[in-house]
Design a protein around this ligand. Structure first.
Ligand code: PLP
Length: 440
């Protein structure tokens, strides 16, 4: 028996090593990392330049408490991050993961409103389905009942609006009226709650695991920005999964040319080399909070010099090898391949995503959008079959007013055409096996 008790539906192999887009288990079997772990290993595994940068930093120091020392690598990473961020967001606060990054934005927003003498603003509106992390603050704004329900009494539950799933509602995602329709739900919620009580709205620019790479309809992100500005509500972009280039832009929201007030980033930021995340904030927000006595927040490992040295090297690799451009190009190819599979497998009801943040959803009927019966456990079974075929994909089944079984296909941004075709061929075989075993 293992002393670990992580939950997996089936026993998983023992990892031996990983390189590029591949991972090997202890029996020597090779897998394509078709989901970059949990959309983390954006630049691939064992990148020699990142490992060298980490070794160099390890020889100097692996820890320097941020309140005792400035560190060169954290200064450098903050400067690089600010240079990539939207105009006016130049202040960076490091953390060790996505949930911590989200918590940081919530607390920064709250402290900022106090500097205006606005203590009644505390509500953070979010969306369902939506995912922002598993700490209690982040869970309070997470719209995913299987993860939140047991902890409900421990949290201040925050107001939610539906995520703009035009494909389920039979609306045209390319029509700006559709974006307006869903964004108006935010305005209605702000008015219902009382604008004077609403602190912030948090949104994943492209959805992650909970929606399966949901892309907002035309005009949505822009209208959301307008509404937040109109009601003095801070706009937080949760770019924990989208930040770092996977969607074909460094920040997902760049696709819609909108700028938030606060950003959370993690996953691809450390690229799987080290636990790393950050909050990026509007300069005047940080100035106001510091001016009022300081940000009442901070984690022991925040700004760790080893993590920041790795983060710098990850960002350098992304730039030097044009990995964002590659994510956009390979994303187009992947979308074509998945659409090809959709033509052959009626079970695939939708293909969506941006760049290499791509997903498909299985449905019993793509016209009625009826989900597959729960007993089929499609989200778990197809992943197991893919494992047998040397392919790792990421799945989620979200129920209760939400969608069915969706699968994220998100290989590292270094993937090339031949590797992508190999990946989709393995997926094709896995779908064929799955089809063969379910009742028709
Ligand atoms: N926010 C988003 C959008 C995420 O996708 C995730 C993780 O999947 C998180 C926050 C939480 O990040 P972590 O698991 O690193 O705490």
């Amino acid at each position: 028996m293992s002393n670990l008790f992580y939950q997996t539906k089936s026993p998983r192999p023992m990892l031996d090593r990983a390189e590029g887009i591949y991972m090997w288990d202890s029996t020597g079997k090779r897998y394509i990392d078709g989901s970059s772990g949990a959309m983390v290993s954006n630049i691939g595994h064992s990148n020699p330049a990142v490992l060298a940068a980490m070794r160099a930093q390890m020889d100097r120091s692996t820890f320097g408490y941020r309140l005792h020392f400035q560190t060169e690598s954290s200064e450098r990473l903050a400067a690089k991050t600010a240079a990539l961020a939207p105009e006016g967001l130049n202040r960076v606060f490091f953390v060790s993961g996505g949930s911590e990054a989200v918590e940081s934005t919530l607390k920064m927003a709250r402290q900022y409103t106090l500097t205006h003498g606005d203590p009644q603003r505390f509500k953070v509106i979010s969306r369902y389905p939506g995912y922002h992390g598993c700490t209690l603050g982040a869970l309070a704004i997470t719209g995913y009942a299987p993860m939140t329900a047991p902890f409900d009494p421990m949290m201040q539950r925050m107001p939610k609006i539906p995520a703009p799933r035009a494909y389920l509602d039979g609306l045209d995602a390319d029509d700006p009226a559709t974006g307006g329709h869903y964004a108006d739900m935010l305005e209605a919620k702000i008015l219902e709650e009382g604008p004077e009580t609403v602190l912030a709205f948090i949104v994943e620019p492209v959805g992650g695991a909970s929606t399966g790479a949901l892309v907002p309809p035309a005009g949505y992100m822009q209208r959301v920005r307008e509404i937040c500005t109109q009601y003095g509500v801070l706009l937080i972009h949760d770019e924990v999964m989208t930040g770092g280039g996977r969607t074909g832009r460094f920040f997902g929201a760049e696709h819609w040319d909108v700028s938030p007030d606060l950003i959370s980033i993690s996953k691809g930021f450390g690229g799987g080399y080290v636990p790393l995340g950050a909050m990026i904030a509007r300069d005047d927000i940080v100035e106001a909070v510091i001016g009022s006595g300081g940000f009442i927040h901070g984690f022991t490992y925040a700004g760790n010099p080893l993590a920041c040295a790795a983060g710098c090297a990850v960002l350098d690799q992304i730039a030097e090898h044009d990995l964002i451009g590659n994510a956009a190009r390979m994303g187009d190819r992947l979308r074509d391949r998945l659409r090809g599979l959709m033509q052959r497998y009626p079970l695939i009801g939708d293909v969506r995503g941006k760049g290499l943040l791509m997903a498909f959803e299985l449905m019993a009927d793509r016209h009625t959008k009826a989900p597959l019966p729960t007993e089929l456990n499609a989200h778990a079974r197809l992943v197991d079959i893919a494992y047998e075929n040397g392919l790792i994909i990421y799945s989620r089944r979200t129920r209760g007013g939400t969608s069915g079984d969706h699968f994220l296909v998100c290989p590292p941004m270094i993937v090339d055409e031949a590797q992508l075709d190999d990946l989709t061929e393995r997926l094709d075989r896995s779908l064929a096996s799955y089809m063969a075993e379910i009742p028709q």
